[in-house]
Write a protein that binds this ligand. Structure first.
Ligand code: EPU
Length: 346
């Protein structure tokens, strides 16, 4: 267990926000985490605990008065092979894209469309990360987690995780209650690519790649190119990927919008609901490429808010609220952040 008192957090969140935690605790095994929780209990320490992954989906509004936990559990183990299926248990501290690369190199198929998503494996199971028509939940069978109150290990089935679009039980009723230690994935020995997400087939064709002889390496590298073209590199421009979720609205709301905007992009969710890209609405409000102090809206993708240099959590939050107000005034839809806010504005 590595404990760092008064830990600076700027390099631990991809927004690059300056903040500090009273303590940062990194554990390398389940036993280390359980010992830490036990000692805390014995000493009567009731200060807040917050578990972090790669810091790619959080916004620090203030310093964190408590302990931030981080997993250093990085084992990858094949637990079974059954016909076409391969079952793999992956430590929460493995960097997500290292895991995707490992799977592609091992000829285990399924995760290619989720290439280059920032963050770690534990957070993938909390956030249900997704891109290009795939979501983490499509491949997750079980999640192992430690109860931060009792130290007990619990296994959650995918059903118990209550997965939905960018959602799981770990973001709602069990928020801040469990530390994910391992995620169990089911991948395939056969390559069955999903190319139906708008733009993906066109990108492959533009590279001269035919679907019939497409390889998983080619699909992965194409996804990486698309993402690099559209999304800012946090090393260069602080950001947390999509800042807002795409709202799911009743069909009547969508039809009302089409009266003024006949070509509004959308995805059907079910017979009564439609998902509308928040980035499109933000662009229609004139925010794309604009800034608000040191916080900006990325010029190539309006769903991404960026730190133009030394922005505070308060600056980003101010931009967020202005955008929310404009989108609501124009479209009557309240867009909700996907990013998790930590701390509070004094
Ligand atoms: N659009 C605009 N203007 C913009 C941005 C988007 O008009 O500034 C339009 C696009 O033209 C397109 C539609 O909105 O018609 C959708 O855009 P895009 O395909 O870029 O995807 P998105 O809906 O904005 C979602 C995910 C991304 C994921 C992409 C690709 C969410 C919140 N975001 O974005 O995930 O990479 O689809 O699958 O669902 C992330 O979560 O951090 C993330 C990057």
């Amino acid at each position: 267990m590595t404990l760092t008192e008064h830990c600076p957090l700027r390099n631990r969140n991809t927004f690059g926000i300056e903040a500090q935690a009273d303590c940062f605790a990194e554990y390398n095994s389940i036993e280390e985490l359980q010992d830490f929780l036990h000692q805390r209990k014995e000493s009567g320490n009731t200060s807040p605990l917050f578990h972090i992954g790669g810091g790619s989906n959080i916004l620090f509004l203030s310093d964190f008065q408590g302990t931030i936990l981080h997993s250093g559990i990085k084992d990858i183990t094949v637990t079974a092979n059954e016909g076409d299926d391969v079952y793999i248990r992956v430590g929460a501290g493995v960097i997500w894209d290292d895991w995707v690369q490992y799977a592609v190199d091992s000829h285990w198929y399924g995760l290619e469309n989720l290439s280059l998503i920032p963050g770690e494996v534990g957070a993938s199971a909390v956030q249900n990360i997704g891109a290009y028509g795939s979501e983490a939940k499509d491949f997750i069978l079980f999640v192992d987690a430690v109860d931060l109150q009792s130290g007990e290990i619990r296994h959650f089935t995918a059903e118990e995780c209550q997965y939905a679009y960018r959602h799981s039980i770990f973001k709602s009723e069990l928020r801040d209650r469990y530390a994910v230690t391992h995620v169990h994935f089911k991948l395939s020995h056969s390559f069955r690519p999903h190319l139906d997400y708008g733009g993906l087939r066109a990108a492959l064709t533009a590279k001269g790649i035919e679907e019939y002889n497409l390889t998983s390496e080619q699909l992965r590298s194409t996804i990486i190119e698309i993402r690099r073209n559209k999304l800012p590199d946090p090393e260069v421009l602080g950001n947390a990927g999509s800042f807002f979720m795409n709202p799911i609205v009743p069909k009547a709301t969508f039809e009302h919008i089409t009266e003024n905007y006949p070509s509004v992009p959308h995805y059907d969710v079910d017979t009564d609901h439609v998902k509308i890209p928040a980035g499109w609405m933000i662009e229609q409000c004139g925010w794309k490429g604009k800034s608000f102090g040191k916080a900006g809206v990325y010029e190539k993708q309006a769903l991404v808010l960026v730190n133009l240099g030394d922005a505070t959590g308060k600056d980003i939050n101010g931009l967020c609220e202005s955008i929310q107000a404009d989108v609501e005034a124009k479209f009557g839809i309240k867009i909700v952040p996907e990013v998790n806010f930590i701390g509070s504005i004094a």
